[in-house]
Structure formats: C-alpha cells, structure tokens
Ligand binder design. Structure first.
Ligand code: C5P
Length: 221
C-alpha cells in the first residue's frame, strides 16, 4: 500500500523539449534538459502517487517507478496527454513545448541550393491551457520561466490559462535552463510563496508538498 500525501492519486507530468520536424533529418527545438520535470515526477512518486511522465527527447533515465511515455513533437505530446489525463487527479506541465512548428514538414531532405531559404512557422497548441479548459479537469499546475517581472507575468499566466497553481522562475544568465539548481516562487489566485533556491529535486519536493496541500483543500466539483 502506498503511503505519502499523494497516495491513491495518479499524476500526469510533462517534461523536456519538443522537436518539430523540418524534414526527415532536421528539427526545431530548445535547450530544455528535462531535469525539472523529471525531478517533479520523482517527487510525486516519492509522495506516493502513481506517475505518468510524458517526455520529449532527453538524455535522462526515468525515475524509478514512473511510467514513461516518450514523444517527439508538441502534437504527439498533446495526443499522449489527452489519452492519459482523464485518469489523473493532477496535471503538472513542466515541458518546454515549442511555441511554433514548421507549417509543412518536407517529405525528403531539403537540399542546399538556395542562398536564402525561408521557413514558415505556425503556432503549436498550448497543452497546458487545453487541459485547463476540460470539464471535469484535474488540479492543473504550470511553470512560467520569465526574464523579468516574474510574479506579475506568472500571475497573468495563471489567469489567462485558468490554472490552479504556477511555479515561476527567473531565467537568464546563470540561472534556469539546463542547470542543476533553480529558484521557484509559487503563485495562486490569492497568494504567493517563494520556495527559495535549491537543487531541482529539492524544489520539486517542496512544490509537490504544496500541490498535495492545495489539491487536498480544493473544493470538490
Ligand atoms: O505560455 P508559456 O509557454 O510561458 O507557459 C509555460 C507553461 O505552459 C509551462 O507549464 C509549459 O509546460 C506549458 N505549455 C504547454 N504547451 C505549450 C506551451 C507551454 O503545455 N504549447
């Protein structure tokens, strides 16, 4: 029998970057390592949850006891999330989903001929906002990486996407992406709490403890 504040609950976590194909050998992506999302998945498992981790390509091993679903593109990530989310009480979006994808994926490798080559991009679906619009919906947690006005921008994101909780961090030289440590502030409708600066795993544990409290206190419906 599982013990811990999330015992008996299934949690869905997204992590890592996505890859958006230009042609069969090239893609657009970003510098996300996946570490924060994998740490969150591990912390949820330690808290007794059944954890499904939908991950874009990373170099990381999945945490023990976590079910890993590997995806590449944002479209694949959305499909995997939609296939899992109904069975989940909590959704935590830590993936660095590419905001845009190529309007078309070339069926064969693009040859280098032209001196200038345009690439048209179209918006990707917002996976987090899509889940937050579902009824019924899980307890929904997003991340916000901001370079400035961290709390104000995170609060705007909370409202715009209709989230229960946002974990906000400052990114920029020396902090954030592709590093072992991080600094998070939690933002919800009528409050905020700094979680301090620590390793991603330690911050994930603090975050998961707050998620368990706030999920437990949520009005049923
Ligand atoms: O709007 P922004 O990209 O800053 O929001 C970040 C949050 O939204 C993160 O939790 C990220 O995982 C999620 N997100 C998403 N799908 C997108 C873009 C962001 O789930 N297409």
């Amino acid at each position: 029998l599982e013990r811990g504040p999330l015992a008996g609950l299934r949690v869905l976590v997204t992590a890592g970057p996505t890859r958006e194909a230009i042609d069969p050998v090239r893609y657009i992506s970003n510098r996300s390592s996946g570490r924060m999302g994998y740490a969150v998945a591990q912390a949820c498992r330690e808290a007794g949850a059944e954890v499904v981790l939908v991950s874009g390509p990373t170099a990381l091993a999945p945490p023990p006891g976590v079910r890993l679903v590997r995806v590449e593109s944002a479209a694949e990530m959305l499909a995997a999330v939609e296939a899992e989310v109904d069975a989940c009480a909590i959704f935590i979006a830590a993936a660095a989903v590419a905001d845009y994808r190529p309007a078309e994926t070339a069926p064969a490798k693009i040859k280098k001929r032209a001196q200038r080559l345009g690439l048209e991009l179209v918006r990707n679906p917002d996976i987090l906002a899509t889940v937050a619009r579902r009824r019924p919906r899980p307890f929904v947690v997003g991340f916000a990486a901001e370079t400035e006005a961290v709390e104000a921008n995170a609060r705007a994101k909370l409202a715009a996407k209709g989230l229960d909780l946002v974990a906000a961090n400052r990114v920029g030289p020396g902090i954030g992406f592709d590093r072992e440590d991080n600094e998070l502030t939690l933002i919800w409708e009528d409050g905020a709490e700094p979680l301090g600066r620590a390793s991603k795993l330690e911050l994930a544990r603090r975050l998961v403890a707050r998620i368990a409290e706030r999920h437990g206190a949520r009005d049923p419906a």
